[in-house]
Ligand binder design. Structure first.
Ligand SMILES: [Zn+2]
Length: 363
């Protein structure tokens, strides 16, 4: 009885975090279990060894083969989120189908890519094995695909998870995929979440050393979305959004992703590639607020650079503030982000220019 209030508090904290992130039950459980033996501090012969915090190694160089790990979540005895009806599939099967479609689109359209699969059938692979595989292969990118679940059945939409907003390549890849979900795929997007937002880390994001994203393609706890994700049409839309987001990101990095030539599709891709590479512009978001903040605020003035207000209708944090203008060069945008962080906005991060987002969704 003595322990009841404490465990109750823990339970409340767990459900709060879960509600905020929308992360599926099994995923949280699996992550917690997997993380437990690997606490950041361990004692070795009376010396405390601190595991270094995750670093993001961007290994890509021009002309190099781009090595991508595709990671469909769960598998084997771990079904992930369970289906609500026997005519539907469990999370493990849906994400395997979507991942295989992503692989198909990559293989059909892109030349210098090497794909590594954590699983291609219904078998169990531990989270550690997934991260180890990516790290030992020195992969350039890690893309994990999951379905979400929430105790609130009306919650729907996509989420893209990264480890930290400070990892600019993970963030840029996440934004590029999220952009495709919002625009051409026309999915409700719940945005991009990092460890702070969801209040827990995700094993495969924390322990992989390359830019990595974990995509929640939708909520199986939402009747409509479950039906959508079980259908071939829904799977193709989601998979092609992931493929296009990845492709646009690779084009924007300028590392020289090559398109397969000859086919009509390839020609269309090339035209789109040009349009997309011209399209991506970045801003440095310094803060978001439910209420309007005057642009003459002392903290803004301290930056000694232009601050802009952007209104996101219908979102809780309706007012977003960016500093330094709009950049088509991610390196320049990153420099400004670092400067802004030192000048009193430590949580500043890059976003795709909201004006461009508005134009893209009108198309
Ligand atoms: Zn999952």
């Amino acid at each position: 009885m003595k322990h009841l209030p404490f465990s109750k508090a823990l339970l409340v904290a767990f459900w709060t975090a879960k509600y905020l992130s929308g992360m599926c039950c099994n995923e949280v459980a699996a992550q917690k279990k997997a993380t437990a033996p690997q606490l950041p501090v361990k004692k070795v012969q009376n010396t405390v060894v601190v595991t270094p915090p995750k670093v993001e190694h961007f290994r890509l160089a021009k002309g190099k083969t781009i090595r991508i790990v595709l990671d469909p979540g769960h598998g084997g005895h771990d079904p992930g989120t369970l289906r609500s009806h026997k005519h539907f599939a469990h999370e493990k099967d849906i994400v395997l189908d979507i991942t295989q479609l992503v692989a198909k689109y990559i293989e059909e359209n892109l030349e210098n890519i090497e794909l590594i699969h954590t699983r291609q059938a219904d078998n169990f692979v531990s989270l550690k094995e997934r991260a180890d595989l990516a790290n030992s292969a020195e992969a350039d990118f890690f893309i994990s695909i999951h379905c979400n679940a929430s105790p609130r059945s009306w919650v729907s939409g996509t989420q893209v998870h990264i480890h930290d907003h400070a990892f600019v390549h993970s963030l840029a890849l996440a934004q590029s995929i999220d952009e495709e979900f919002r625009t051409r795929a026309r999915r409700p997007s719940r945005g991009i979440f990092n460890t702070k937002d969801r209040r827990h880390s995700l094993y495969v994001l924390q322990y992989t050393t390359m830019p990595s994203v974990l995509i929640e393609v939708g909520f199986l706890s939402n009747k409509e979305e479950e039906k959508y994700l079980n259908g071939q049409y829904g799977k193709e839309i989601i998979a092609s959004a992931i493929y296009r987001g990845l492709r646009n990101y690779l084009v924007a990095t300028g590392v020289g992703v090559r398109f397969k030539t000859g086919s009509q599709a390839a020609k269309k891709q090339l035209r789109e590639e040009k349009a997309d590479s011209e399209k991506i512009r970045y801003r440095v978001q310094i803060t978001a607020s439910e209420t309007r903040i005057p642009l003459t605020h002392y903290d803004f003035r301290k930056l000694k650079m232009p601050v802009h207000e952007h209104v996101f209708e219908g979102e809780t944090f309706r007012y977003r503030y960016t500093a330094g203008g709009s950049f088509d060069d991610i390196k320049k945008a990153t420099e400004v982000m670092r400067e802004v962080r030192q000048k009193g906005f430590p949580d500043a991060y890059l976003i795709i220019d909201p004006q461009q987002r508005a134009q893209a969704s009108k198309k």
